[in-house]
Design a protein around this ligand. Structure first.
Ligand code: ZN
Length: 221
């Protein structure tokens, strides 16, 4: 089972991705980890192309696709993958289809996380982070110190309304064509609407599995 997650930053898809990976016994793919792995290995054939990341330059679709193609051949990905943050463009989506096809697979399921602005703003603006262990909290929890390591929690400095607005717009502009692409693909496409900020990750997770079941796909948690 190969699954693509679509949704703006703050939609909770990262959390759901990790949960589902555990429940389904498949791997969550992080392109960041793949890039880091290559950068640690100077002998890797993709090392020269991937080095641009170190300079802070933007990576082309071509390089990202090569890194994914190389990375997902590893045995840990053989039962299936949850893609979060990839593909981001049509070129990447098409490349992913080809890569999977060569492996005798395809994108089976696309989960689109649709989140209202109110929920996004509530979540992101209320976000607190532990500067040491990076655990994320929400102001609603009323904590001032990290419950793992006792460090004082801080606001994430880049989270203000203007920046969130910009990130959202960017997300919408870039990924809008992806929805159309996957809607006309053989993949089962489901939309999860999140309009209640008090919904817990476990509740959202249940909704996802219910929707999947409605589509006639049987997935055991
Ligand atoms: Zn901590």
């Amino acid at each position: 089972m190969d699954i693509v997650l679509l949704g703006p930053p703050g939609s909770g898809k990262g959390t759901q991705g990790s949960l589902m990976a555990e429940q389904l016994g498949i791997k969550l793919l992080s392109t960041g980890d793949l890039f880091r792995g290559i950068l640690e290995d100077e002998a890797h054939p993709l090392y020269p192309q991937v080095q641009v990341v170190k300079d802070g330059r933007l990576v082309s679709d071509e390089v990202v696709n090569l890194v994914v193609k190389d990375g997902i051949q590893k045995p840990e990905y053989k039962n299936g993958i949850i893609f979060d943050g990839y593909p981001r463009t049509i070129a990447q989506a098409k490349a992913l289809d080809e890569i999977l096809l060569e492996m005798g697979r395809q994108v089976d399921l696309v989960i689109n996380f649709e989140v209202t602005r109110e929920v996004l703003f509530f979540r992101i603006l209320g976000r607190l982070i532990c500067p040491v262990c990076k655990q994320v909290y929400h102001k609603r929890q009323g904590l001032t110190r990290c419950s793992n390591c006792g460090t004082e929690l801080v606001n994430r400095s880049d989270d203000n309304e203007e920046i969130i607005e910009k990130r959202l717009q960017e997300y919408q502009d870039k990924t809008a064509p992806l929805h159309a692409y996957y809607l006309s693909s053989p993949a089962v496409y489901i939309t999860i609407s999140v309009d209640d900020a008090s919904l817990s990750p476990a509740e959202l997770n249940n909704q996802i599995f219910e929707k999947i079941k409605e589509k006639g796909i049987l997935l055991a948690k």
